[in-house]
Design a binder for this molecule. Structure first.
Ligand SMILES: CC(C)(COP(=O)(O)OP(=O)(O)OC[C@H]1O[C@@H](n2cnc3c(N)ncnc32)[C@H](O)[C@@H]1OP(=O)(O)O)[C@@H](O)C(=O)NCCC(=O)NCCS
Length: 157
């Protein structure tokens, strides 16, 4: 993820400096949160981690039907070989297996065509744009807001 924040700075809200200061426990929690509020997925070439995505599940009773997709990244040398889609499909399948989960949301920086196309290709739809969402070296940029409905139900279990 530190590579991601460094090489794809406009795609992420966190900076490499901020995240480098996090203790190891922060990353361990993201990978295997004992409270079950996150799940992380890795794409590997042999033993080498070449891509990641993670889910953050909402904890509050009124929002626990939702999860947020974060940390989508494939290392430059491994792109355009299907790793990004495979990661996202794994995260969606994991989500569909959780009965109380009804939808996924994510945000993507305006103009990030590879990511927007990837999300659309697995069924995410745009529902808005947050203006001036992040300050990048090239100025303020909006965030495209996307969602994927996992199942239809009037009330969550
Ligand atoms: C976005 C990203 C994760 C895509 O990963 P990837 O492994 O290259 O994607 P895949 O090979 O699985 O491609 C899946 C789909 O994504 C879209 N896509 C991927 N690269 C693309 C590109 N360069 N241009 C346009 N669309 C692209 C296409 O729809 C593609 O489907 P297709 O091959 O049938 O056309 C990768 O480019 C990346 O890590 N970018 C930097 C970090 C980032 O922007 N993360 C998103 C944060 S919201």
């Amino acid at each position: 993820m530190l590579e991601a924040y460094e090489l794809a700075a406009d795609a992420f809200t966190s900076t490499a400096e901020e995240r480098a200061a996090e203790p190891e426990a922060f990353w361990v929690k993201r990978i295997a949160d004992p409270s079950g509020l996150s799940a992380a997925f890795g794409a590997f070439e042999g033993q080498e981690l070449i891509g990641t995505v993670a889910l953050e599940f909402a904890a509050k009773p009124k929002t626990k039907h939702k999860a947020l997709v974060i940390g989508m990244y494939v290392t430059p040398g491994a792109r355009s070989t299907g790793a990004g889609r495979a990661l996202l499909v794994a995260a969606i399948e994991h989500s569909r297996a959780i009965d109380s989960l009804l939808l996924l949301t994510l945000t993507v920086t305006e103009g990030n065509a590879p990511a927007v196309n990837l999300y659309r290709s697995v069924g995410f739809q745009q529902y808005g744009i947050e203006p001036m969402a992040i300050l990048t070296p090239s100025g303020f940029k909006g965030k495209v807001l996307m969602w994927l409905q996992l199942r239809r139900r009037a009330t969550a279990a």
